[in-house]
Design a protein around this ligand. Structure first.
Ligand code: ZN
Length: 436
């Protein structure tokens, strides 16, 4: 090795030590320098580390916002570390929910349905939406992909969370979702577009505003409406994928029905949201393209159960339940066809806190509990392009760690309803260990 080469390595190392921000791409707690912070050693009876390994008597050593090491037994605890004893619990990586609408806040004081409440100022909604963020953390979710908001409330929320001004999961956000504008009509939404040029312009606007992702509504459907008629054409979807990728952004396309889903898959979307009755050819293509399917089965369960709050009719509830059945049936076929799944709750309003209930549907669709867990950890991280920082408990990863009661690799309910403690980026954000 030449001495000049060695010098160069030393220079790069010095640069990294001096500029922690350089290594901090997600920007969490980017304001504080925590290099010299004390190490924390967390002890777990069992640890499912996100790679498929289950360790016994595990020790996770955390320094600053990252994991320093993972070992087993008392010898793995550094001498000066602060010890958090969670040996009654199983440790798992912080969960990733890849479909939320964190800024859809419901104020019960309005005494009306979430869809009819008067609009608040964007700043007021962002402030109040902390409650959604806190409930999401309580569910063990430390990262979300938020797919659509107005007034860039999602961008504001992401930034407030990243600078430590608001507790909440790390957010990857989309700004305005693209909605189809019928040519000849005007739409008030800043996400409305018609034709490839407009699609490209609107995508550029979201990225310029600070969006991390692009969301496109490729069909009708939402809330009590499960119609699923395709809106954007195949050409418009192709233009969207191309425009997003050109700006180094990934794109999620929403389709309740099979036609929009088929075109979204062929256009090269990075994830497909919702969907029923997908034909075998499309499922095969989804598996071979390795795109992620986010079926969001549980959100219609939530709507059906919350019909009174929303003022949904009995006929709408029937439609929702029928949709769930076809959604689940399609999930069973997709699982058999080898399609990759990611966990997305599509949580809005009062659904926050129920984020992980989607996993029970995945088990119903044929997955083992461990396979279901992968959808909310490793797969979510891969979909976000964060597979080297999120979704596993390993040295160098963000210290996003959840303690649950029971063995989630055997019983998925441990994750859904028995989250006891949550750490995000090296900080304990939920602690219910003593309150039991
Ligand atoms: Zn959604």
């Amino acid at each position: 090795m030449s001495s000049r080469f060695v010098l160069r390595i030393v220079a790069i190392a010095v640069l990294f030590v001096m500029c922690p921000a350089l290594t901090n791409t997600a920007g969490t707690q980017g304001q504080t320098d925590r290099r010299n912070e004390k190490q924390i050693a967390i002890r777990f009876g069992k640890l499912w580390d996100g790679t498929g390994r289950m360790l016994t008597d595990a020790v996770v050593v955390v320094q600053g916002e990252r994991i320093a090491s993972v070992g087993t037994g008392g010898a793995a605890v550094p001498r000066d570390a602060e010890v958090i004893d969670l040996r009654r619990f199983t440790g798992i990586p912080g969960l990733i929910d890849v479909h939320t609408h964190m800024t859809y806040y419901y104020d019960p004081a309005t005494k009306t349905s979430p869809l009819r409440q008067p609009r608040s100022l964007p700043a007021v909604t962002v402030f109040l939406a902390q409650e959604n963020a806190r409930k999401t953390l309580e569910a063990g979710v430390t990262t979300v992909r938020d797919l659509g908001s107005s007034d860039y409330k999602d961008i504001a929320m992401r930034d407030l969370i990243n600078r430590g001004a608001m507790p909440g999961p790390r957010m990857f956000v989309a700004g305005y979702g693209l909605t189809h504008r019928n040519p000849g009509t005007n739409s008030a939404s800043r996400g409305a577009a018609s034709g490839p040029q407009e699609v490209e312009r609107v995508i550029g606007e979201q990225v310029a505003a600070g969006a991390d992702w692009i969301k496109m509504f490729g069909s009708t459907g939402g809330f009590d409406n499960v119609s699923g008629d395709q809106t954007f054409s195949s050409e418009e979807m192709k233009a969207a994928v191309e425009a997003a990728h050109k700006l180094n952004k990934r794109i999620a396309i929403h389709s309740y029905g099979p036609a929009g889903a088929r075109d979204a898959v062929r256009a090269g979307a990075d994830s497909l949201e919702h969907g029923t009755d997908l034909d075998d050819e499309t499922l095969k293509e989804m598996a071979s393209r390795k795109l992620f399917w986010v079926p969001t089965i549980d959100h219609n369960r939530y709507y059906a159960e919350s019909a009174e709050l929303y003022g949904f009719t009995p006929a709408a509830v029937k439609n929702l339940n029928e949709y769930i059945e076809r959604n689940l049936n399609t999930a069973q076929r997709a699982y058999k066809a080898g399609v990759r799944f990611a966990m997305g709750s599509d949580a809005v309003f009062t659904m926050f806190g129920q984020n992980a209930r989607e996993l029970a549907w995945f088990v119903k669709a044929g997955m083992t509990p461990e396979e279901a867990l992968f959808t909310a950890t490793r797969n979510g991280a891969a979909l976000l392009g964060m597979e080297k920082s999120l979704g596993s408990i390993a040295a160098g990863y963000y210290a996003d760690i959840v303690a649950v009661e029971g063995d989630p690799s055997k019983d998925i309910q441990a994750v859904i309803s028995r989250v006891r403690w949550v750490m995000k980026g090296g900080r304990v954000v939920i602690d219910r260990v003593k309150v039991q």
